[in-house]
Design a protein. Structure first.
Lengths: 446, 380, 271
């Protein structure tokens, strides 16, 4: 074990406090979340019993909130790759207190997101057919391969960064239950912090950092290609790949900001997650907002300019028809207003940034809903528009998905420290590579 | 023959086979001769006896008596001329619009009794034997007798010869003709001593109680064609004796899964042949059928033939299918990612081994050079 | 602390044990990889070599290419085709495997457009199916294997003609009697959670009979046949397909999408 000072010990204790003791308030919280998840499970059992007829999807709008949730959750999973990989490669050491949060969001959102298409299946009992009879020509197979690869990679990535902390937990947390002691012992795989082990860990982290980036980009690209490989208006677009990747990064950063706000408040992490972090991530959010606005303009201005017959129907529904309220709240509330909040220095306070992030996250769910539903509602044949409003089963499962995500995340934050202890308290060859970076970290109060 | 020829020019201006409105069997045959149907063909011996022919007609201008009848597809014509020279009968030629007339002329040699007969085409001042202009001498049989009171010639001539220089006769049709004779000349080129005006002959209908005559169709198909190309399918309609039946409609069909597909209709030409275009779309062995629906006493008949259609030669498929290539690339990329995961897992196992004081799994294997370069510290 | 050399037999025995254990672990790991590699190789080979749907294809000698021709001038929108198809296949409520649309022209007049499944030569639904449950038979028919369909409905999203239908409700599983009745060519029994559509009455075509909609259409507006024979029939007339398409300006619906549908239409108004 490296030497510690009393200050560092105090920090470690503070960071481990939520893991050590679960307050009643927390237990009540996860109790509520579990209840929502349980209600969602019941709704799913109804769906299994009665079939998808209990949803309001029909032959026109054949995908609804399940697929919207899928795209949304897979979308916010990008933030792990962003924080841990991109920011690491660019030596942005301020990221260290929040990387584990980002990675945990990635893993939890991938788990929930990957479950959504399974819930949407008509014959979930045949899911193994995708492996046994899988056709590589189908975008769903690309999704399957890509998401499973990314989930595995993110778990590995999360675990690599978690490994030294599990040793810490194994050594320091004696009072927790037998299961958790066993968990920490097993997960720490004999980590002693020797130079040989550190070297291996560095090497693994270095490899995974580079590997995770193309995987992450491929994930949301192939998710978008599920839509872009069809001939439907609104989906038949060549920029869907980068559009969705940008949108994923956008909503992912917003999610991290929301998570940062909550954890800083409830776990009292102000020492590590400072207004500098909010500002930096807020500026990243602004940059991504501008990129997303750019893509949105590309998509809609070109299509509106030409106003080709089939596209014109969809556009009129989006601009002034039945989807107008969603469409404009996304553009104005989700793109323009947050851009102003983040751009204007006076409004770019921590609170302002959190408000902007919340707006972004909420409207990005609406955006995914509009992408899925408005295109399917547009008639392809001489017939009326498709109508869709989610049923109670779909709302329940959606609520359970969000509750499940928060539940997983919250439980994670109570089983492992949500701030990477070894990165913020110790100096470790894996955390920085340049003397300048070291100096910066010392200055930032690590 | 010259004035005869002039008369023939008038004749030639009439359209082929014109069927005029006067009903058959008009009283006194004024200007009408008839050629009725007879079950029996005449005997061509040069002597015309009463009742031998179904109908006789005497031209008032020349005094020539024309006796006519037909059986099956053969016309029997008898000419009795008052002269001692040649005698001729002329019909319009099939070659319409060219002022050709079909002339059958005959001369009986009083000394030898031989008959010289010619199937000719006359045009203006020209005279051509059918055989000299690519046609055939279609006189089937001829005989003649000459005595002091005149010349008698009998011959058989086909109703529908295959020669386009000849007139074709259909039962029920009315045709124009003329007759002429020479008093003494044996030279068919000489002027006539008398010729008739334009006369009309009505070919009587074939009685329906006659025994029906069977027909046969022979279909001609190319032996091998390629899908997408068009070819011609022919069919020849023949009667029971093998004579081609002209002017009959034939229908062409292709046997398909859900019924016969009509490929086209065509009318047989003088030789009894009809053709239609066939452009198959797909490879395989197709059955073509030609049908004759029957006309008059000719029975319906049909015949089929098979056509072997080949697929057009296409370029060979590419060596590597596109989706195979994509699959290989994808699996290579994904495989290498998972191999890297495996490598990281190995690193983790090595970390664990070190934590337990053991050597890593692959410790006996050659090390990665960078490890040695980095710290020189051995594990194990 | 790495264990280095030690004198003594204990150390030697220990290291022998360790090396034996290591060897066993190596074998286990190597065996695992080999198994994974073999499975992956088998998977890859099957993907590249062929499809299991070959079992459902007709024999090589029977090369067919089914097409349908619909004369829009004759169609009066009566819907007998839809009813006949429903009766033939016991089509569940809410599904119209051949659906008759009423299309309005700019001048206010309208005509009727029956839309069966187009059985496209370049079918988008076949491209996107993740499990190969929808496949193309050698005679061009696009069928669905309801034993394999997982109900993801991607094929329905991909079809530009709205020709596919999903069983949102209905029976989840079949009784053994119903099971015996089922074939992809003749989906007489329907399962919840799977996608189905018009099959050009494959079971009838295999026996040289016309589809139900073709037989029952009172206006004799629907024709069916083998494009290789260049002949389509509505039960009473047999038309030469290429000739009638050329002469009556035949067209295909949404030709510009490149799906290459097998259903041809003759315009509703022509001289």
């Amino acid at each position: 074990m490296p030497e510690t000072t009393p200050e560092i010990e105090a920090e470690i204790d503070h960071l481990l406090a939520p893991v050590r003791h679960w307050s009643k308030r927390f237990l009540a919280f996860i109790g509520c979340l579990a209840a929502v998840v349980g209600w969602g499970a019941y709704a799913y059992s109804v769906q299994l019993r009665e079939g998808l007829a209990v949803t309001n999807m029909r032959n026109t709008v054949l995908w609804g909130v399940y697929i919207s949730n899928f795209v949304f959750f897979i979308g916010i999973s990008h933030v792990g790759a962003l924080m841990s990989a991109i920011l690491r490669l660019t030596h942005a050491n301020w990221r260290k207190p929040v990387t584990r949060m980002a990675e945990a969001i990635t893993v939890c959102s991938l788990a929930v997101g990957a479950a959504m298409p399974l819930i949407d299946l008509g014959r979930p009992d045949r899911i193994l057919n995708v492996i046994v009879y899988g056709r590589l020509q189908s975008a769903i197979l690309w999704d399957f391969v890509s998401i499973s690869t990314y989930l595995t990679g993110s778990l590995i990535f999360l675990y690599l960064f978690l490994l030294p902390d599990t040793a810490l937990l194994r050594d320091r947390l004696r009072g927790v239950g037998r299961f958790r002691r066993w968990l920490y012992t097993t997960l720490s795989i004999g980590w002693k912090g020797t130079s040989g082990q550190r070297r291996r860990l560095d090497r693994s982290i270095g490899i995974m950092t580079i590997l995770i980036l193309p995987i992450a980009i491929s994930v949301h690209t192939v998710v978008s290609w599920i839509f872009a490989m069809t001939l439907r208006v609104g989906w038949d677009s060549t920029i869907f790949g980068p559009y969705f990747v940008a949108g994923a990064l956008f909503s992912g950063v917003a999610s991290v900001l929301m998570a940062m706000a909550l954890f800083t408040h409830f776990y009292k992490l102000q020492k590590w997650i400072t207004p500098v972090h909010f500002r930096n991530l807020g500026l990243i959010l602004l940059l991504l907002d501008i990129v997303y606005i750019y893509f949105t303009l590309n998509e809609y201005v070109t299509v509106s300019y030409k106003n080709e017959t089939t596209e014109a129907q969809l556009l009129s529904a989006l601009y002034g028809g039945e989807f107008a309220w969603i469409f404009w709240s996304v553009q104005i509330g989700g793109l323009l207003i947050p851009a102003f909040i983040l751009a204007i220095r006076r409004t770019r306070t921590t609170l302002g940034i959190i408000v902007a992030a919340t707006l972004v996250n909420v409207t990005m769910w609406l955006k995914r809903y509009v992408i899925v539903v408005s295109t399917l509602a547009t008639p392809q044949m001489p017939q009326p528009w498709g109508a869709y409003w989610p049923s109670w089963v779909e709302w329940s499962i959606t609520a359970a998905a969000f509750a499940g995500f928060v539940l997983l995340f919250a439980l994670f934050s109570r089983v492992f420290p949500i701030v990477s202890v070894w990165e913020v308290t110790e100096r470790h060859p894996a955390s920085e590579t340049t003397p300048e970076a070291e100096a910066v970290e010392t200055e930032a109060g690590g | 023959m010259r004035s005869f020829v002039v008369a023939l020019l008038v004749l030639a201006s009439l359209p082929l086979g014109v069927s005029l409105s006067a009903p058959p069997g008009a009283a006194a045959h004024n200007g009408y001769a008839e050629c009725p149907y007879s079950d029996q063909l005449t005997v061509v011996d040069g002597a015309i006896v009463a009742g031998e022919y179904a109908d006789t007609y005497t031209d008032p201008d020349t005094g020539i008596t024309v006796s006519l009848q037909y059986s099956g597809s053969t016309m029997a014509i008898g000419l009795q001329s008052p002269g001692q020279g040649w005698v001729a009968i002329a019909f319009s030629s099939v070659v319409v619009g060219t002022n050709y007339t079909n002339v059958i002329a005959a001369y009986v040699d009083g000394v030898t009794g031989q008959v010289r007969a010619e199937d000719e085409v006359d045009h203006g001042w020209e005279r051509h034997w059918d055989t000299s202009i690519g046609g055939t001498n279609d006189i089937l049989a001829v005989a003649g007798v000459k005595n002091g009171s005149g010349t008698t010639v009998e011959f058989h001539y086909p109703l529908n010869s295959t020669d386009r220089n000849d007139q074709h006769f259909e039962p029920g049709g009315t045709y124009s003709f003329a007759v002429a004779f020479s008093a003494s000349s044996s030279d068919f080129n000489s002027s006539d001593s008398g010729h008739s005006r334009q006369l009309l002959v009505y070919i009587g209908p074939t009685p329906s109680f006659l025994p029906p005559e069977g027909t046969r169709i022979a279909v001609g198909v190319p032996s091998r064609i390629v899908a997408g190309e068009s070819t011609v399918v022919t069919a020849v309609l023949r009667n029971a004796t093998g004579v081609g039946l002209s002017g009959r409609p034939l229908t062409f069909w292709l046997d398909t899964t859900f019924g016969p597909l009509p490929l086209g209709n065509a009318t047989t030409n003088n030789a009894g042949k009809a053709a239609t275009v066939y452009a198959p779309r797909g490879a395989g062995t197709w059955t073509l059928t030609v049908r004759f629906a029957g006309q008059g006493r000719f029975q319906p008949s049909e015949a089929s033939a098979q056509v072997d259609v080949q697929d057009p030669v296409t370029s060979p498929p590419p060596l590597l299918r596109t989706d195979t290539g994509i699959a290989l690339i994808v699996l290579a990329v994904v495989g290498s990612i998972w191999l890297t995961y495996g490598f990281v897992a190995y690193q983790l196992s090595a970390i664990r081994a070190e934590g337990r004081g053991q050597s890593p799994l692959l410790a006996g294997l050659p090390r990665l050079r960078s490890y040695k370069a980095k710290g020189g510290e051995k594990n194990g | 602390m790495p264990e280095t050399e030690s004198a003594g037999e204990d150390a030697q025995a220990l290291s022998r044990d360790v090396s034996r254990r290591r060897f066993l672990k190596l074998i286990a790991v190597g065996g695992g990889f080999a198994a994974a590699g073999a499975l992956g190789g088998k998977f890859l080979f099957e993907k590249l070599a062929g499809t299991p749907e070959d079992a459902l294809n007709p024999a090589p000698g029977q090369r067919r290419s089914w097409v349908m021709l619909i004369d829009l001038k004759r169609c009066d929108g009566c819907g007998v085709c839809t009813a006949a198809c429903r009766k033939e296949h016991n089509v569940p409520a809410g599904q119209e495997w051949i659906k008759v649309y009423q299309v309005r022209n700019d001048d206010g007049s309208s005509y009727f457009l029956p839309r069966p499944c187009m059985h496209c030569e370049n079918a988008p639904c076949v491209s996107v199916c993740p499990v190969g449950a929808t496949f193309v038979r050698r005679d061009g028919l696009v069928l669905v294997d309801h034993d394999r369909c997982i109900g993801c409905r991607y094929c329905m999203a991909a079809c530009p003609y709205d020709a596919r239908y999903f069983n949102w409700g209905g029976a989840a599983e079949l009784t053994p009697e119903e099971r015996a009745l089922y074939r992809p060519e003749y989906p007489l029994v329907h399962r919840r959670g799977t996608v189905e559509k018009c099959v050009f009455c494959a079971h009838r075509a295999d026996q040289g009979q016309l589809p139900a909609c073709v037989e029952k259409c009172p206006m004799k507006a629907i024709f069916f046949g083998d494009a290789r024979e260049d002949a389509v029939s509505n039960g009473t007339e047999v038309w030469q397909l290429s000739k009638v398409l050329r002469e009556s300006a035949g067209f295909r619906f949404k030709e510009e999408l490149g799906t290459k549908p097998r259903v041809f239409y003759l315009p509703a108004r022509r001289d």
